[in-house]
Design a protein around this ligand. Sequence first.
Ligand SMILES: Nc1ccccc1-c1cnco1
Length: 261
Amino acid sequence: MRIDIVSIFPEYFSPLDVSLIGKARARGILDIRLHQLRDWTHDVHRTVDDTPYGGGPGMVMKPEPWGEALDAIAGDVRRLDAEPGEVPGPGAETVPTLIVPTPSGRPFTQADAVRLAREPWLVFACGRYEGIDGRVVEHARTRMPVEELSIGDYVLAGGEAAVLVMIEAIGRLLPGVLGNAVSAVDDSFAPGAMESLLEGPVYTKPPEWRGLRVPDVLLSGNHGVIARWRRDQALRRTAANRPELVAGMGALDERDRRVLD
Ligand SMILES: Nc1ccccc1-c1cnco1
């Protein structure tokens, strides 16, 4: 998978050099390219924002730099002033999916991560200030799929943190990235993972720590009883922290109702 990220703070993405994603890049599973939006400005101050039409607080990101950046990256062969030697992408016929993190976007979910992990090429546009001029997404939609996505109901200073979250959620699902393929399936929210229940508590050695013992059932070696205990713990934690997920499971059977009583 190829990923392009356009931002006025490309240095924000140094975490993508380490850990799981860093290893995937080193192994050629992920090809992540960072771009400084200001490289597509033409004034001495490398201006990327201006005041909003219609008034209101803050600044809006200008459309011109974004348009030129997406032309250069997405290989818009229709652009007349293409720089010689610009590489359009993995293949002229490949069109990237543009992902724009925004608080007003559709919620980004595990299902989106699974779906986007199948794409050959993603381009992330990191907006700052009050957002990007609406015509950028409008024009981009004429030449590629565009998804405006939110990672949650809180206010960030820009899209960079959201892009890190999405790249980790997507990248870990790529074949060969996770050492133990099973863990991607067992994750909370992974399709089919115990009806999307939150994972219960986990334990490792020592069997007793500061007077606190690991639950005996986990030391019993009885895998059926252990699986049942883990699901009960998952159900209790989900009911406590995300009751709407339990409600979405439909009617609980008698045993599950007893677990929650
Ligand atoms: N708050 C933001 C500001 C700028 C760009 C994205 C966001 C965002 C994305 N998901 C939640 O918030």
